[in-house]
Design a protein around this ligand. Structure first.
Ligand code: HEM
Length: 136
């Protein structure tokens, strides 16, 4: 069997937390409109329950991402790698800010635009990660 390494555990944790953050938003996008249509009193509770799982997942993402960055020799990386990494960080910042606007905002626009931008920026950050890890 291939021996597990610390690197593999770090990437596993990064990706599992990404799965919770992105996957949870997509699942909620399917559930929330149904709860809203039924005028369900559970809507707020469901959203808050997800937030309680999603934000710790984001902490794990940032921690394991910074850890991964610490394992690479930045000076050896190409300009293209660093540009992609910079764009990925911009997407992460946009995802966090948009998601905060989504969860703290009260207006329909804050909910809709914050939610959509949060998900799209998260997907872009994930794709940036794939470029960094698998395309050279
Ligand atoms: C401060 C935040 C983050 C940092 C510093 C960071 C850093 C990194 C680095 C350096 C890699 C290269 C692979 C490696 O670790 O060896 C990577 C991979 C990756 N990241 Fe992040 N990341 C962050 C946030 C995110 C977010 C928010 C997402 C998605 C929503 C994400 C998704 C991915 C994916 C999908 C990979 C590819 C892993 C693979 O296939 O091996 N990252 N990240």
């Amino acid at each position: 069997m291939i021996s597990p390494t610390l690197d593999s555990i770090r990437i596993f944790l990064h990706l599992m937390a990404v799965a919770v953050w992105v996957g949870g938003q997509i699942v909620l996008a399917g559930i929330v409109p149904r709860l809203r249509a039924e005028n369900s009193p559970s809507l707020t509770s469901v959203a808050q329950g997800f937030a309680r799982v999603a934000w710790p997942a984001m902490v794990v993402i940032v921690f394991t991402g910074a850890w991964g960055l610490g394992t690479i020799e930045v000076a050896d990386k190409s300009t293209a790698y660093m540009a992609t990494f910079g764009l990925k960080m911009l997407m992460v910042a946009a995802a966090v800010i948009a998601t905060l606007i989504h969860s703290m905002g009260q207006s329909k626009a804050a909910k809709a635009i914050g939610g959509a931008v949060g998900l799209l920026a998260s997907l872009a950050a994930a794709y940036g990660g794939i470029l960094l890890a698998h395309v050279h």
